[in-house]
Design a protein around this ligand. Structure first.
Ligand SMILES: Nc1ncnc2c1ncn2[C@@H]1O[C@H](COP(=O)(O)OP(=O)(O)O)[C@@H](O)[C@H]1O
Ligand SMILES: [Mg+2]
Length: 312
């Protein structure tokens, strides 16, 4: 079942169109990675799903309820961990959690239990009586996450939860995403770090200029490129006959000479035909210096689709 249905959504700010006719369904139980460079429109899309800003046209449904028709109902189903930290520096970690727990309507022992559970979950039990201004960036992020999940939401949305934090906190957060998912939450996670999204998402959407330019599992996206993998060979020199024979090979899609001694061989499928490639070089007595196999990734897909890197 689709837990979120986004249909032809448009958002304008003056002449800017941060979200431009975007349609997308998020399936219940998945970890959906929304990938895109800065300014792609990810946060704007997230804010609309959460009912925090209006949409200009189109519709968004969460669990079959219209976000802009019954916002109070849909907000209860979502736990948002916003990109900009939403915690109070003058309250302790625990006081922050108590505050947000009350906003979610939690009271009494249930509130206490959920606050303790959230502290435990993000590894801040020891720091519960400290104020966030003594925390590292990663600890603040973790507290921010704890604040968004105490009501056990059906959907957890994390907007760039790993920007500017130490590797240890990053791993902690990625584990938390997996755990929340195992416990039954659908997770939407935005990032401009493709390695992360590739590592944890069951499905990925790539956004650029307010549009969804690619959608699927990592494997589907990579095979959409029609490029399974690449072999890069650095040799003594690049013999024209070698190039010609490589180009004629049935398993090879394209051969690109990048300089006098290096050739990129794009393969058609995951079968590498390594023996054949080595044989062609040997036949013409061209010594190979190095050989590397490069698996395609979402970064290269983005580059293929837009001609730019994700970090541009
Ligand atoms: N409140 C706003 N007013 C005007 N422009 C905005 C506003 N919010 C976002 N934008 C613009 O919309 C575009 C998308 O922004 P955003 O959704 O934050 O992208 P991302 O989260 O992918 O980095 C950017 O060009 C940004 O400047
Ligand atoms: Mg953003």
């Amino acid at each position: 079942m689709s837990i979120i249905k986004i249909k032809d959504v448009v958002k304008r700010y003056g002449s800017k169109i941060p979200v431009d006719h975007l349609s997308l369904k998020i399936e219940e139980g998945e970890i959906f990675g929304l990938l895109g460079p800065n300014g792609a429109g990810k946060s704007t899309m997230i804010k609309m799903i959460c009912g925090l800003i209006k949409i200009d046209s189109g519709s968004i449904h969460v669990n079959r309820l219209g976000v802009h028709e019954v916002p109070m109902e849909t907000k209860k189903l979502i736990g948002l961990v916003p990109q900009d930290l939403a915690i109070y520096d003058n309250l302790t970690a625990k006081e922050n959690l108590n505050f947000f727990a009350r906003l979610y309507g939690l009271r009494g022992t249930l509130l206490k239990d959920r606050v303790n559970e959230a502290l435990e979950f993000v590894g801040l039990t020891d720091k519960q009586n400290d104020k966030p201004d003594t925390f590292s960036g990663g600890m603040k992020r973790r507290l921010n996450i704890a604040c968004g999940i105490m009501h056990h939401p059906k959907v957890v949305i994390m907007d760039e939860p790993t920007v500017g934090i130490d590797p240890q906190s990053r791993n902690h957060i990625l584990d938390a995403v997996r755990t929340l998912n195992k416990l039954g939450s659908t997770v939407i996670y935005t990032s401009h770090y493709m390695e992360e999204v590739e590592a944890i998402s069951s499905r990925v959407g790539i956004m650029d200029h307010g549009r969804l330019i690619a959608l699927g599992t990592r494997q589907e996206l990579v095979s959409q490129m029609g490029q399974e993998e690449k072999i890069v060979i650095e040799a003594q020199f690049i013999h024209p006959q070698v190039i010609e024979e490589l180009e004629q090979h049935i398993g090879i899609q394209d051969v690109r000479v990048s300089n006098e001694t290096t050739v990129d061989i794009l393969l058609k499928s995951s079968q590498t035909y390594l023996q054949d490639i080595l044989f062609i070089f040997a036949k013409h007595e061209v010594a190979i210096r190095t050989l590397s196999r490069i698996e395609p990734n979402l970064e290269s897909l983005f580059l293929t689709l837009t001609g730019r890197t994700l970090r541009d």
